[in-house]
Design a protein around this ligand. Structure first.
Ligand SMILES: Cc1cc2nc3c(=O)[nH]c(=O)nc-3n(C[C@H](O)[C@H](O)[C@H](O)COP(=O)(O)OP(=O)(O)OC[C@H]3O[C@@H](n4cnc5c(N)ncnc54)[C@H](O)[C@@H]3O)c2cc1C
Length: 488
C-alpha cells in the first residue's frame, strides 16, 4: 500500500527488509522480496510527482567537469526512470573477464552471475523476450568497430508500470515523502539497528528492520554512507576509504564531423569497439554514433547559414519563402558523438560539504575528471574511427583537435549514467561492497544500483543494474539470518 508519510505515520514496529529509494532498483527489489512473503518497507523521499522541496535536496555542485547532478536526476517515486531514454545494451563477457588498465581490480564476479537475470530484466523493461540485441546497421570495419546492438525500452516508467503492485502486494508498505536522513550503526553488533526518516516538516522517526538496502542512485548511496556519523565512528566509512570514490560516467565526446562519400546511404549509424580493438589499444570500450546533420541541427557546414536565415525570419518575417532554405542540408554531412567507457579513478569522487540541506543532511559535491587512461581511450577511438571511415570508403572525418591533443580541453558532457561510488570488490582495500552487494564491515547493509559497478563498460547502466538487483533479491531471499523471520 502506498502511503504519504507526510500525513500517515503508520510504520510497523519491525520489517524484515527496509529499502531506501523508490527508483528502478528499489521498486524491483521491494516487489521481489515482498512477493516472496517478507515484510518489506520501501521508503521514497519524493512524492508521486516532481516537487521543489524534494528535488532541491539533490543540489550537488561539481568541480572539474560538470555532472549536472541536480538537473538530470529526478527525486520522486519512480526516480530517474520518470524521464530516462530507455536505451538498453547488455554487458558482455569481456566486461567481467578483463580488468581495467589502472591500479584497481575489475568485477569480482563472473559474467554468468549477471547474465542469468537478463531475461527477467528485459521483461521488467518491456523488451520483447526473443528480440535479441541485433545490429542496427552495417559494420564499419569488423576488426575494430562492429555495428552496435541495443534495444529500446518504451521507455518503462517504474512508478506507473508498478503502481498496482506497489499498492496491492501483501506485506509491502510504501511510504512517499519519507526521507532517510541517518543510518544508525551499532559497532557492538556490527549491524544497522535503525535508520532515521524525516518528512518535510522535520518530523523524525526510527525504522527498525532486519536488513537495510540503499537504492537511492549512485550519488546518494555514497552520500547516505558518508553522512552516517555512527558508520564513520565505527570505522566503516573513512575519508581515505572508497565510499564516494571512483565516480564514473559514460563520456559523450564531440569527436568531430564527417562527410559521407557520394553513393553512401544517408542513415545514421552506431558502431561499437571490438574486444580486439580494446586489447590492442589498452583502451576502454565505446559507442560511436554517426548522426546526419538533418537530425542534429546545430552542426555541419550548413549550421552557420541556417542560423543566419533563422535570425532573418525572426527579424523580417517571410518564413514560408525561406523555409526551404533553412530545411536544406548538405546530404551526407554528419557529426560523431560517443558513449565511451571511463575507467575507475579514485580522484573522481563524491564528498561532503559542511553545509546542510533542509533536512539537516550534509550536502554533497562531485569532483569529476578524466584520467590519462580515459584520454587514451578517446584518442584511440577518434583516430581509429577516422581511419576506418577513409579506408572503407565510407567518407571523411574531421576530428576535433582536442581528441588527439591531450593538452587541449575536451568537449565532453555526461550521459547521466552515474556509477562506481560504492564499488564491488573482494576486500575493502579496493571497494565498498562485497560480491553480494553487502557493505564491508556491516552485517545487514546492502547497496542496489549502479554505484556497485566495478567498471562501467560502454553499455547503458539500467538493465545491468536491474540484473544485479534481481541477483541481490535472490541472495537476500535465500540467505538465512537470525533476525530475518517469515511474514506469514
Ligand atoms: C535524461 C536521462 C536519460 C537516461 N537514459 C538512459 C538510457 O537510455 N538507458 C539507461 O540504461 N539509463 C539511462 N539513464 C540512467 C537511468 O535513469 C538510471 O540508471 C536509473 O534511473 C537508476 O535507477 P536507480 O533506481 O538506481 O536510481 P534512481 O532512478 O536515481 O532512483 C533513486 C530513488 O531514490 C530516491 N531517494 C533519493 N534519496 C533518498 C532519500 N534520502 N530517502 C528516500 N529516498 C531517496 C529518489 O527520489 C529516487 O526515487 C538516463 C538518465 C537520465 C537523467
Amino acid at each position: 500500500m502506498i502511503k504519504d508519510y507526510g500525513s500517515q505515520k503508520e510504520l510497523r514496529a519491525f520489517y524484515d527488509f527496509c529499502i531506501v529509494g523508490g527508483g528502478p532498483a528499489g521498486i524491483t527489489l521491494a516487489l521481489h522480496l515482498a512477493g516472496s512473503g517478507w515484510r518489506v518497507v520501501l521508503l521514497e523521499g519524493g512524492g508521486h510527482e516532481y516537487s521543489e522541496n524534494s528535488q532541491s535536496l539533490y543540489k550537488c555542485p561539481s568541480t572539474g567537469l560538470d555532472v549536472y547532478a541536480e538537473e538530470t536526476r529526478l527525486r520522486y517515486l519512480g526516480g530517474t526512470s520518470n524521464h530516462w531514454a530507455g536505451r538498453c545494451r547488455p554487458f558482455e563477457p569481456s566486461d567481467f573477464s578483463v580488468g581495467p588498465p589502472v591500479h584497481l581490480p575489475g568485477w569480482p564476479i563472473a559474467f554468468s552471475e549477471i547474465e542469468r537475470n537478463l531475461p527477467a530484466a528485459m521483461d521488467i523493461l518491456d523488451l520483447p523476450p526473443h528480440a535479441g540485441f541485433k545490429a542496427m546497421n552495417a559494420t564499419l570495419d569488423g576488426a575494430d568497430f562492429e555495428a552496435d546492438r541495443f534495444l529500446l525500452s518504451p521507455p518503462t516508467r517504474f512508478a506507473q508500470k508498478y503502481a498496482k503492485e506497489l499498492n496491492e502486494t501483501e506485506g509491502l508498505d510504501v511510504f512517499i515523502n519519507c526521507n532517510c536522513v541517518d543510518l544508525e550503526f551499532d559497532s557492538k553488533t556490527g549491524r544497522i539497528g535503525t535508520i532515521v526518516v524525516s518528512d518535510y516538516q522535520l518530523h523524525r522517526e526510527r525504522v527498525t528492520a532486519g536488513q537495510f538496502i540503499l537504492a537511492t542512485g549512485a550519488i546518494e548511496n555514497a552520500r547516505q554512507l558518508l553522512n552516517s556519523e555512527s558508520l564513520v565512528a565505527g570505522g566503516i566509512v573513512s575519508k581515505d576509504g572508497f565510499v564516494g570514490r571512483c565516480f564514473m560516467e559514460h563520456l559523450n565526446v564531440d569527436l568531430g564531423t564527417f562527410i559521407l562519400k557520394d553513393g553512401q546511404d544517408g542513415d545514421s549509424r552506431q558502431y561499437f569497439t571490438t574486444d580486439a580493438f580494446v586489447k590492442e589499444h589498452g583502451s576502454g570500450k565505446g559507442n560511436v554514433t554517426a548522426s546526419l546533420v538533418s537530425e542534429v541541427k546545430t552542426y555541419g557546414r550548413m549550421a552557420a547559414i541556417k542560423t543566419f536565415f533563422e535570425n532573418l525570419v525572426c527579424e523580417v518575417g517571410g518564413e514560408q519563402k525561406i523555409e526551404f532554405i533553412t530545411r536544406f542540408d548538405c546530404p551526407g554531412d554528419g557529426v560523431l558523438g560517443t558513449l565511451i567507457e571511463q575507467f575507475p579513478n579514485p580522484d573522481s569522487r563524491v564528498s561532503l560539504l559542511e553545509d546542510r540541506d533542509a533536512l539537516g543532511m550534509r550536502k554533497t559535491t562531485i569532483h569529476w575528471e578524466l584520467s590519462p587512461a580515459d584520454r587514451n581511450t578517446i584518442k584511440s577511438i577518434g583516430l581509429e574511427v577516422a581511419k576506418c571511415f577513409a579506408e572503407t570508403g565510407l567518407g571523411f572525418v574531421r576530428l576535433e583537435e582536442c581528441v588527439y591533443d591531450a593538452s587541449l580541453p575536451l568537449k565532453v558532457s555526461p550521459h547521466a549514467h552515474h556509477m562506481g561510488t560504492t564499488r564491488m570488490a573482494t576486500s575493502p582495500e579496493f571497494g565498498v561492497v562485497d560480491e553480494n552487494c553487502k557493505v564491508f564491515g556491516v552485517e545487514n547493509l546492502h547497496v542496489a544500483g549502479s554505484s556497485v559497478f566495478a567498471t562501467g563498460g560502454a553499455s547503458n547502466p539500467t538493465m545491468p543494474l536491474l540484473q544485479l538487483t534481481l541477483r541481490l533479491a535472490d541472495y537476500l531471499n535465500h540467505q538465512t539470518g537470525p533476525v530475518v523471520g517469515r511474514y506469514s
